[in-house]
Design a protein around this ligand. Structure first.
Ligand SMILES: [Mg+2]
Length: 339
């Protein structure tokens, strides 16, 4: 089986074969790719193709090439990436530890002035809190480069109903975002009930939310995730509490966070980037890859988070590319610099 894979500047081919056979065939294909490419004199092009083929080698050893089904080797038209949207948990950090290559990748983008936003469905924290968490893990992300489902929700509501009112169940990340978007927070006939992430869900506040929705308040939730990660195991998250309120009211919320493409659209608007030249990196097929795909972005799935390579083919859609972690992308940024 042979499949194609996109790389930043030259043709490359991945092979679902093992050891020496794969090695020899890759060399042959790298040579062939060099002959076909129009970049530079023949020998240099062949060396470029060989270098990128070898760069991708570790992916094949990690089983990523098993994703290629009945593919046919062909030339790939590469879309250059002008901006990046990067999921946070499972891509840059995991359980309060930086993932290999995260600091180098973000540093590489910063150094080259390539626009990016770090995205998270977690609405609990402010950008400042999240930037501090990343910095503590050695990933230097400025707070203005972070985009949360709380910010996307506040932007959405401010556009839909400027200077409106909301009854909010959530933490500082959400209440601050709504306040800065010009919203008043009240329990007296609000325009919206807005549900976000919190570790202190109270029966009393949930009861108030149920009654307000039954009286006509519109129901919004920052994200649909049923559980969130913790060192001790999964925690019930916004999606689970939304299900409780939905059951009590007969009203389903409008979820703003991933996989709603609205989260991606608001991030693109903030960056001033275009979907055709932006790439989404994430560790989940059902949120990151789906949201990126439905927004017209190229997608990169990393295997450093919740998705295992054998899970990918269960979905009816595929990422543009699969890599073991952002370390691969950090290496490629360095390669491009030297090319
Ligand atoms: Mg994630």
């Amino acid at each position: 089986m042979i499949c194609n894979r996109e790389v930043p500047s030259v043709l490359s081919f991945g092979l679902a074969l093992d050891g020496g056979v794969s090695n020899r065939l890759n060399l042959v294909l790298a040579f062939y790719a060099g002959r076909r490419t129009k970049k530079g004199p023949g020998l240099q092009s062949r060396l470029d193709a060989l270098r990128f083929t070898l760069t991708l080698w570790p992916l094949e050893m990690n089983g990523a090439s098993r994703l290629c089904h009945h593919g046919v080797a062909k030339e790939v038209t590469l879309k250059p990436t002008a901006a990046w949207l990067i999921d946070m948990d499972g891509v840059l950090v995991r359980e309060e530890h930086a993932i290999d290559g995260a600091g180098r990748f973000i540093g590489g983008l910063e150094q080259r002035g390539i626009p990016f936003l770090v995205l998270t469905n977690n609405s609990m924290y402010t950008r400042r809190d999240l930037a501090a968490r990343l910095v503590a893990n050695g990933v230097m992300v400025p707070e203005e480069s972070i985009w949360t489902s709380a910010l996307a929700t506040a932007r959405f509501l401010a556009n839909q109903r400027p200077s409106g009112s909301a009854y909010v169940i959530g933490e500082a990340g959400l209440t601050t975002a709504l306040y800065e978007a010009g919203y008043t927070q009240t329990d007296r006939a609000p325009d919206y009930v807005v549900l976000g992430e919190t570790r202190t869900y109270s029966f009393e506040r949930i009861t108030t939310a149920v009654r307000l929705i039954r009286d006509g308040a519109r129901f919004i939730a920052t994200n649909p995730d049923p559980t969130g990660p913790s060192a001790e195991g999964p925690l019930p998250a916004t999606g689970s509490v939304a299900a409780l309120i939905s059951h009590a009211t007969g009203t389903t919320p409008y979820f703003v966070g991933k996989p709603n493409p609205l989260m991606i659209r608001t991030a693109l608007n903030r960056l001033g980037a275009h979907s055709e030249t932006t790439t989404m990196i994430g560790d989940r097929m059902d949120t990151d890859v789906l949201a990126g795909l439905e927004s017209g972005l190229q997608t990169v799935l990393v295997l450093s988070g919740v998705t295992q390579s054998e899970d990918i083919e269960r979905h009816p859609y595929r990422p543009t590319r699969v890599v073991t972690s952002v370390a691969v992308l950090a290496d490629e940024l360095d390669e491009l610099e030297q090319a």
